[in-house]
Ligand binder design. Structure first.
Ligand code: C2E
Ligand code: CA
Ligand code: CA
Length: 798
C-alpha cells in the first residue's frame, strides 16, 4: 500500500501511524497498569508505615502518652495521601486526632457496630471508600492491670486520588514528550530522507523524463557513492548507451533508407492482398509516377496481365517471373521477385522489380547475331550451314559458291576500315541483286561470302558464278571513292546424295584456294584432283610436323661473290632430308610450313643454325656473312624481332655477321607492326635486303618506306640477260636506281659467264648463282687453300 504513495508522504504517514500505535499502547495498556502498580505500592507502603505506627501507638497508649500520641498522629497526617488519622477507644470516643473536632460518628463511612467488630477482631483492615479513598482500621488492644483488654484503634483515612492523578499526569507528560521527540525525529528523518532519497530520486526521474522527451542527455546533479549515486551513474550510463544506440540506429536507418532510395531496382512492400504500403523512387520511375501515387495500388492497377495477381501469389518465394508494367501508354517488361516476411505479426512481401527491356533487347540482338551478320544483315555462316544440312537431309540438289575478295586488306589499309565495311555492305547488296529466288547469301566472316543455290544443277551454279564475277567489273561507289575489287570464287555442286555439309564447304574452300592459286579474279570448280592434292598436302604437313623434332632439316649455303669473284656472303637455304621422299626442295614444303604456321618454328631453327655457323666461321677467321630468308608469315607472330634477338644473344652471335632477306609479299599487306619490327631489327645491326626484287607490285614504294640496305634482283630478270631487251633495261634501271639510293645489289640466278659479264660491266656489286656455286653443306663452303688463303672462286663448269 505504501508503494502507492510518494516517498514524501509515506514517511510522515508511517511515523504518524507509529505515534498513534504508541499512544494507544500507552493509554490502554501501560497507563492503567502503572496506576494499579502505583496504588498497590502506596497501599503496601502505607500499611507498612501503619504497622510500625501501630506498635508505637500501642506503647503510647499503654504509657498514656497522649501528647506523643497526638504528635505521631500529626506526623502521620502530614504524609502524602493521608487525609486524617485518629485513635479511638472501645467506646468509639476520640482519644487523639490529627484534625480537631473529628468524631467517628461523623465519618459516616461505617456504622459503629461494624467498626466495633473490626476493632475487636484485632486485625488491621482496609475499607474502600468512594474515589480512591480508604479507611484503614488498626486495632490497638491494651491489656489493663485488671486483665481487661481495652479495644482501642487507629483510624486513618487515606485518599490516593491526588497521588493517582499525579501519576496519570506524569504518564501523559511522558507520552507527550515521547510524541514530541517522535515528531522531532520525524521532521529530522523527513529532512534527511528528502536530501538523501527523494530529491535525488526526483532528479534522476526528471532526467529520465527529459531524456525520453528530448532524446538529449540532460545533466543530472546527483552525487555520492551510495546506492542512489550508483543508480544515477547507471542511469546516466544507460542514457549514454541508449543515445549511442539510437544514433547508430538512426544512422543505419538513414543508410538503409538512402540505399533503398538510391537502389537501381524497384522495391515495393506489399501486404497480403498485394496492396502497396511502401515504394522506392526506382519503383516509381518504372511506373512513371510519384512514390506516393503507388501507395495503396494493387497489381491490376499497374500490371497489364489479367492473371498477374494469381501468378504473383502462386510463384514460390524468390523466384523471378516476367510481367508487363504500365508506364502511361508504354508497356515495360518487368522481372518480379517476391520475398515474404512478417511485420507486426502480419504477412508482407518485398517485391523487387527490374526493367528487363535492355536484357530482352540484348537477347533479341544475340538471337539476331546467332543467325545474322550485323554489318551486312545477311545470314551468317551458321545459318547457312543449317540450311545446307536441311537441304541435304531432303536430298536436294544444290550449288555452293565460296567468294573471297582479292586483296581486300589493301582497301582497309588505304581507305580505312569504315570504307572497307561500307564496301562490304555495297558488295552484299549487289550480290543479292543477282541471286535467284531460291538462293541464300551468307557472309561467313571477313571478306568471304557463301552462296547456296537450292535445287540448282551444275550449269546453273556455274552460270551464276560467272554472272557474279562479271558483276564485279563495275566499280563500287563508297562515298567519294570508286573501289575496284574482284572476287575469287570456289564452286562445288551436289546432286543431294552422299556428301555432308562440312564436306561440301570444304570442297568449295579448296576450289576457292585453287582460284587464288590461279591468280585470283576467277572461278575454280572443285574436282577430285583438288581433293587429292589437298590430301597430299595434309600428308606432307603431318610429315613436316615431325621433321624439326627428328632433325630432318639441314641448311645449305650458296656463296655470293663480288665482281672480282671473291666470296662475300652466303645465303642459307633450307633443305629437308625426308626419310620417305629424299631431299625435298623448299619450294615444295615452305608453302606448307607457312600455311600450317610451322614456319615460325622453322625460321627460328634456321636462324639459330645460321648463328652457330657464323660464329664458327668467325672463329676460323672466315668473315662470311650469312643471309637468312624470312617468310611473310614470320611477321604474323607477335614479336619477331624480339625472338630473333633473343636467339642471337643466346648463341653469342653478332647481328652484322648476318643479313635478313625479306620478300615483297611480307610488306604487301603489312601494317605499322612490320615497319616497327624492321626498324628494330635494323637498329639491332642486321643488314636488310629486299628479296625477289621486281616481281612484286610496288617495290619502289617499299624502298622508301622501309629501311632496306640492299636488294636482290630476281633470277627471272637475270635469266633474260643479256639478250632480252626488257631484262637488260630493267636490270640496268635497277642498278642505276640502287646506286643513286646507295643500296647494295645482289643479282640472283647467275648461271653463265655472259650474264656475269653483263652484270659486272653494269656495276653489279654482288653475284649469286650456279655459275659460281650451288647451295651446299657448310663444310664444302669452308675449303681453304693450302697457304691458308681463301680460294678465289672460279666460275663452275657446266
Ligand atoms: P630464294 O630466296 O629466291 O632463294 C634462291 C633460290 O634460287 C634457291 O632455291 C637457289 O637454289 C636458287 N638458285 C640459286 N642460284 C640459281 C641459279 O643459277 N639458277 C637457278 N635456276 N636457281 C638458282 P631453293 O634453295 O630451292 O629455294 C627456293 C626458295 O625457297 C627460296 O628462294 C626461298 O624463297 C625459299 N627458302 C629457302 N630456304 C628458306 C628458308 O630458310 N626460309 C624461308 N622462309 N624460305 C626459304
Ligand atoms: Ca632469298
Ligand atoms: Ca630470291
Amino acid at each position: 500500500m505504501l508503494t502507492r504513495l510518494s516517498l514524501r508522504k509515506s514517511l510522515p504517514l508511517l511515523l504518524g501511524l507509529f505515534a498513534l500505535v504508541f499512544t494507544l499502547l500507552q493509554t490502554t495498556l501501560y497507563l492503567p497498569r502503572s496506576l494499579d502498580d502505583a496504588l498497590h505500592n502506596w497501599r503496601t507502603h502505607s500499611s507498612q508505615i501503619l504497622l510500625l505506627l501501630q506498635s508505637s501507638l500501642r506503647d503510647h497508649l499503654r504509657q498514656n502518652r497522649h501528647e506523643e500520641l497526638s504528635s505521631e498522629l500529626s506526623d502521620l497526617a502530614s504524609l502524602r495521601g493521608v487525609s486524617w488519622a485518629m485513635v479511638i477507644d472501645q467506646d468509639q470516643q476520640v482519644i487523639a486526632t490529627s484534625r480537631l473536632g473529628l468524631h467517628p460518628e461523623q465519618l459516616g463511612h461505617i456504622d459503629s457496630q461494624e467498626l466495633s467488630m473490626r476493632v475487636a477482631s484485632g486485625q488491621p483492615s482496609w475499607i474502600e471508600l468512594s474515589g480512591q479513598r480508604y479507611l484503614a482500621i488498626y486495632p490497638l488492644e491494651r491489656v489493663r492491670q485488671s486483665g481487661l483488654i481495652d479495644h482501642e484503634a487507629l483510624l486513618v483515612e487515606m485518599d490516593f486520588a491526588p497521588l493517582l492523578w499525579q501519576t496519570k499526569r506524569d504518564a501523559w507528560l511522558h507520552l507527550a514528550q515521547t510524541l514530541g521527540l517522535l515528531l522531532l525525529l520525524g521532521l529530522l528523518l523527513n529532512h534527511l530522507y528528502g536530501r538523501l532519497l527523494t530529491r535525488r530520486l526526483a532528479r534522476i526521474e526528471q532526467a529520465a523524463k527529459q531524456f525520453a522527451e528530448d532524446q538529449v542527455i540532460p545533466t543530472m546533479r546527483v552525487r555520492g557513492d551510495d546506492e542512489i549515486g550508483q543508480l544515477a551513474a547507471s542511469v546516466a550510463q544507460m542514457m549514454t548507451q541508449l543515445n549511442q544506440r539510437q544514433d547508430e540506429l538512426r544512422e543505419s536507418e538513414a543508410l538503409f533508407r538512402s540505399l533503398i532510395d538510391s537502389a537501381p531496382v524497384g522495391m515495393l512492400v506489399v501486404d497480403h492482398e498485394l496492396r502497396v504500403e511502401q515504394a522506392n523512387p526506382a519503383a516509381a520511375a518504372l511506373f512513371g509516377c510519384d512514390t506516393e501515387a503507388l501507395l495503396g495500388n494493387l497489381p491490376e492497377d499497374r500490371l497489364i496481365e489479367s492473371n498477374a495477381v494469381r501468378r504473383l501469389q502462386q510463384t514460390p518465394a524468390n523466384i523471378a517471373i516476367e510481367l508487363t508494367g504500365r508506364r502511361g501508354e508504354q508497356h515495360v517488361p518487368l522481372e518480379i521477385t517476391c520475398t515474404p516476411f512478417i511485420r507486426h505479426g502480419q504477412p508482407y512481401s518485398l517485391v523487387l522489380l527490374r526493367d528487363i527491356s535492355d536484357r530482352l533487347k540484348a537477347e533479341q540482338r544475340l538471337r539476331f547475331l546467332a543467325h545474322f551478320d550485323p554489318l551486312t544483315r545477311l545470314a551468317n555462316r551458321h545459318s547457312l550451314v543449317q540450311r545446307l544440312e536441311q537441304l541435304l537431309i531432303a536430298n536436294c540438289s544444290l550449288g555452293l559458291l565460296y567468294l573471297d575478295l582479292d586483296h581486300f586488306k589493301r582497301i582497309n589499309d588505304t581507305l580505312g576500315h569504315e570504307i572497307g565495311d561500307q564496301l562490304l555492305v555495297e558488295i552484299a547488296g549487289r550480290l543479292e541483286l543477282h541471286l535467284p529466288k531460291l538462293a541464300m547469301l551468307a557472309r561467313s566472316g571477313g571478306d568471304e561470302f557463301i552462296v547456296l543455290l537450292e535445287g540448282a544443277g551444275l550449269g546453273e551454279t556455274q552460270a551464276l558464278a560467272e554472272r557474279l564475277l562479271e558483276d564485279f567489273a563495275a566499280p563500287f561507289q563508297v562515298r567519294q571513292y570508286e573501289c575496284f575489287i574482284s572476287p575469287s570464287i570456289g564452286l562445288t555442286h551436289s546432286n543431294g546424295h552422299g556428301s555432308s555439309a562440312s564436306e561440301l564447304l570444304k570442297q568449295a574452300d579448296l576450289a576457292l584456294y585453287a582460284a587464288k592459286d590461279r591468280g585470283r579474279n576467277c572461278i575454280a570448280r572443285f574436282s577430285a584432283e583438288l581433293s587429292s592434292n589437298a590430301e597430299l598436302r595434309r600428308q606432307l604437313e603431318s610429315e613436316l610436323r615431325r621433321a624439326i623434332d627428328q632433325q630432318e632439316f639441314a641448311l645449305y649455303y650458296q656463296l655470293q661473290v663480288d665482281n672480282q669473284g671473291q666470296p662475300q656472303a652466303v645465303e642459307a637455304l633450307l633443305r629437308w632430308h625426308s626419310p620417305t621422299r629424299g631431299l625435298v626442295s623448299p619450294a615444295d614444303f615452305i608453302p606448307i610450313l607457312e600455311e600450317s604456321g610451322m614456319i615460325i618454328e622453322a625460321t627460328r631453327w634456321v636462324f639459330r643454325q645460321a648463328c652457330r655457323q657464323a660464329l664458327q666461321w668467325q672463329r676460323e677467321n672466315r668473315g662470311l656473312r650469312i643471309a637468312i630468308n624470312l617468310s611473310p608469315l614470320d611477321f604474323r607472330q607477335a614479336d619477331l624481332a624480339g625472338s630473333l634477338l633473343q636467339i642471337l644473344a643466346e648463341e653469342g652471335a653478332s647481328a652484322d655477321w648476318l643479313e635478313l632477306e625479306i620478300t615483297e609479299s611480307a610488306l604487301l599487306e603489312s601494317g605499322d607492326e612490320v615497319q616497327q619490327c624492321l626498324a628494330r631489327l635494323k637498329s639491332a645491326g642486321f643488314p636488310l635486303l629486299l628479296d625477289d626484287f621486281g616481281t612484286g607490285y610496288a617495290s619502289l614504294t617499299y624502298l622508301q618506306r622501309f629501311p632496306f640496305d640492299g636488294i636482290k634482283i630476281d633470277r627471272q630478270f637475270v635469266a633474260g640477260l643479256p639478250d632480252s631487251e626488257h631484262s637488260v633495261a630493267l636490270v640496268r634501271g635497277i642498278l642505276t636506281m640502287a646506286k643513286q639510293l646507295g643500296l647494295h645489289v645482289v643479282a640472283e640466278g647467275v648461271e653463265n659467264e655472259r650474264q656475269a659479264a653483263f652484270l659486272r660491266l653494269n656495276g653489279c656489286p654482288s653475284l649469286q648463282g650456279f655459275h659460281y656455286s650451288r647451295p651446299q653443306p657448310a663444310e664444302q663452303c669452308q675449303a681453304r687453300r693450302p697457304d691458308g688463303m681463301l680460294y678465289s672462286l672460279k666460275p663452275l663448269d657446266h
